[in-house]
Ligand binder design. Structure first.
Ligand code: NOJ
Ligand code: CA
Length: 687
């Protein structure tokens, strides 16, 4: 897989600065630095008093001196008094491949600095911090070795800070952490000083125009990091606690997740970063040819708009005949999966936040799982499974292996899971049979979500997690973690208060999607189910913008979320959803400002066609895109789906123009985007 890899590992003893390594450390404070391969980003680490780091980009301070360290219960921590006692550097320049993804080849080019911090006390006296500087940002992680006085560990405080010089003059796009609605909030746009406790990715723009996003990579066996404004301009790591108040329970050796800071001179640069993936471990699952990107339809939207029900009875959505009808539709239009929710016992009555009612092996009487999967198999359409746990994770874990085995037996290769329960209200039963309530993003659930992934892998099943733990790039290590939700998706347009505002999908790419693919479920064609206007629950977009979402919001699985009859009523527009791939050879963000507009160009995997998706917030605008991403010397037919001249999202969302043009890489294209409008283009290669 690695086409070129240069690995240098130079250890600098720095002995001149040392009087002794493990005793009587009286070295003077010093600063050690590492820069990105292009020299634009520099991390400097200093051990004067509290170990700290700072980050410069193009000579501008992005992170001013900020604390490093962590504290433990009943053991010495890593804080002031530690000195840098060993320094080693390495350089990596390699290319690796994603089995599926927004691009095939990923370049990992970074300089590494591994620092050992030591103090002269006799127990717990050594910590390592590994820094990596890439051209698109930096990452660092703590590595805590086994040592005297440190075996079982409970972290009581991670001291990591992210300090900004100009918090008041910097703009942030953020959602609150530790809220009842998990990650499902409308984004706030405020100055950084007005942020309290926020989830990551936490994206902000400095007065200079530099864009920065703080997040984490490889969140394994640790609590999620949220960020908390401790003093004005100082954002501190705030780990989501267990129900007993502890933050992380582990044992030495352990490594923290990477703390990541993506940095770019403009907004678009953030979208083209591979930093999070590069900081994850390679695929651990071996052959993953059974993990298949694709497009699906499903028995889903009808429940959200109250046309059908998850529960049994007259309006039951998940019936054998309805599933077969969806399978016919899927087969006719080239979709490979049909999601069926509400097929198993448990949905009658109070299922929200009450997952003990669910049985994951018992279908309702009017759903014949064997019959529908055999029917689908004949048509080349798979049943897509669904497990709503409603946050009762012990109930789910007890049934998990049987539940995945049942699905595997019926040819199901993808399961959507759900953890609908208020934040802090995940129900588990501990070793003593006592009920405990946990957060979705505490260490317990971080492990629980990953457990479902590794168990599913044993059955060659891919998982699409709803109400998930945030993505931190683990899809590289576990490629069957095919997608997840983790932000307000389309469902909020059915019943959310308020529905997603027009700017929502112009913020998501620069925030949530920096973490990884999102199962947003685009493609609602009928926006009039409650009437048009700005007050009703509906997608607050034009029709063209619904099409644009397929290219803008990356996911290897995309749903055509609306009811088949609404697609049948508009086949010309539906053609774009039929054509658009979900697996890409390359993706390039070509224009955008956070919260205003965005445009992506993506080239299909194993093919020559390119696709463009572009969308805007509540403001209409014209954007002109250079087509220089197209292959030189090739001609393309641009099949353009754009807002009509009279389109506007409130009362005229359906005005859509479909037109064809011949173009090549020397051309530009101007797209008139209506209020909350968009454009979707297929560039079909002609020769
Ligand atoms: C919330 C999920 O996001 C949605 O897609 C699903 O239909 C419901 N939970 C029920 O499981
Ligand atoms: Ca949800």
């Amino acid at each position: 897989m690695t086409t070129r890899a240069i690995m240098k590992n130079i250890v600098f003893p720095l002995s001149a600065l040392f009087i002794g390594l493990f005793s009587n450390i009286t070295v003077m404070a010093k600063t050690v630095s590492v820069s990105s391969p292009d020299n634009k980003i520099t991390i400097s680490v200093n051990d004067d008093n509290q170990p700290n780091y700072q980050v410069m980009f193009n000579d501008e301070p992005v992170i001013t001196p900020s604390a490093l360290g962590m504290l433990f219960k009943n053991a010495h921590g890593f804080s002031d008094g530690f000195k840098i006692t060993a320094v080693s550097k390495a350089t990596v320049d390699s290319t690796w491949q994603l089995p599926w993804g927004e691009r095939k080849n990923v370049v990992d080019n970074h300089n590494e600095l591994l620092l050992t911090f030591t103090t002269d006390r006799d127990s717990a006296n050594q910590y390592k911090v590994r820094f990596r500087a890439f051209n698109d940002g930096i990452g660092f992680r703590y590595e805590v070795p086994k040592q005297n006085g440190l075996t079982q560990v409970e972290i009581t405080n991670e001291l990591t800070e992210f300090s900004l010089a100009n918090a008041k003059e910097s703009t942030a796009w953020w959602i609150p952490a530790r809220g009842w609605n998990r990650y499902e909030y409308v984004y706030n746009t405020t100055d950084v000083e007005s942020v309290d406790r926020a989830h990551t990715p936490f994206t902000f723009k400095l007065p200079s125009g530099t864009h920065v996003s703080i997040h984490e990579a490889a969140l394994i066996d640790y609590a999620a990091m949220t960020i908390n404004q401790k003093r004005p301009g100082t954002l501190k790591a705030d780990l989501t606690p267990w129900s007993d108040g502890s933050l992380v329970k582990t044992k030495t050796n352990f490594k923290s997740p990477w703390r990541t800071i993506q940095i770019s001179k403009d907004a678009v640069g953030l979208l083209n970063s591979n930093l999070i993936l590069n900081l994850n471990e390679p695929n651990k699952l071996g052959d993953v040819s059974w993990v298949e990107p694709g497009k699906y339809v499903g028995i889903w939207w009808g429940m959200h708009i109250n046309a059908t029900t998850w529960g049994s009875g007259e309006k039951h959505g998940a019936t054998t005949s309805e599933t077969m009808r969806y399978m016919d539709f899927a087969a006719e239009h080239g979709f490979d999966g049909v999601l069926v929710e509400g097929w198993n016992i448990g949905w009658d009555g109070e299922w929200f936040s009450n997952g003990d009612v669910f049985n994951f092996s018992k279908p309702y009487d009017d759903f014949d799982i064997a019959k529908v999967s055999q029917y689908g198999a004949k048509k080349g359409v798979r049943l897509i499974g669904h497990h709503e746990t409603s946050g009762s994770v012990t109930n789910y874990r007890n049934q998990m292996s049987d539940a995945y085995a049942l699905y595997q037996k019926h040819g199901v290769s993808q399961v959507k899971t759900g953890y609908v329960a208020d934040g802090g209200n995940i129900k588990r039963i501990d070793e003593n049979g006592i009920v405990k309530k946990e957060w979705h993003d505490g260490q317990f659930m971080v492990n629980e979500y990953l457990h479902s992934i590794t168990e599913a892998a044993k059955h060659k099943i891919s998982i699409n997690t709803h109400e998930p733990i945030k993505a931190t790039g683990l899809r590289r290590t576990y490629p069957n973690w095919i997608a997840r939700e983790g932000a307000r998706g389309q469902e909020f347009n059915a019943w959310g208060t308020p529905p997603n505002p027009p700017e929502h999908t112009a913020i998501l790419p620069f925030t949530r999607l920096l973490a990884g693919p999102m199962d947003f479920t685009p493609g609602i064609f009928d926006m009039s189910f409650n009437g048009l206007g700005s007050e009703s629950n509906r997608p607050q977009t034009t029709l063209a913008k619904q099409l644009a979402l397929y290219v803008v919001l990356y996911s290897p699985i995309q749903m055509a979320a609306d009811l088949p009859k609404n697609y049948q009523a508009n086949m010309p527009a539906f053609q774009f959803i039929k054509d658009v791939p979900t697996d890409w050879h390359e993706s390039i963000a070509i224009a955008g400002e956070v919260g205003d507009f965005v445009a992506f160009a993506r080239q299909e995997r194993d093919g020559d066609d390119w696709y463009v998706g572009s969308l805007t917030d509540e403001n209409a605008r014209k954007i002109t895109l250079k087509l220089d991403f197209l292959e030189k010397g090739k001609n393309y037919q641009a099949q353009i789906y754009r807002d009509g001249d009279k389109a506007e999202w409130i009362n005229n969302p359906y005005d859509l123009i479909i037109e064809n043009k011949h173009v090549n890489f020397t051309d530009t294209i101007t797209l008139p985007l209506a209020t909350s409008g968009g454009a979707a283009i297929r560039f079909k290669a002609l020769d």
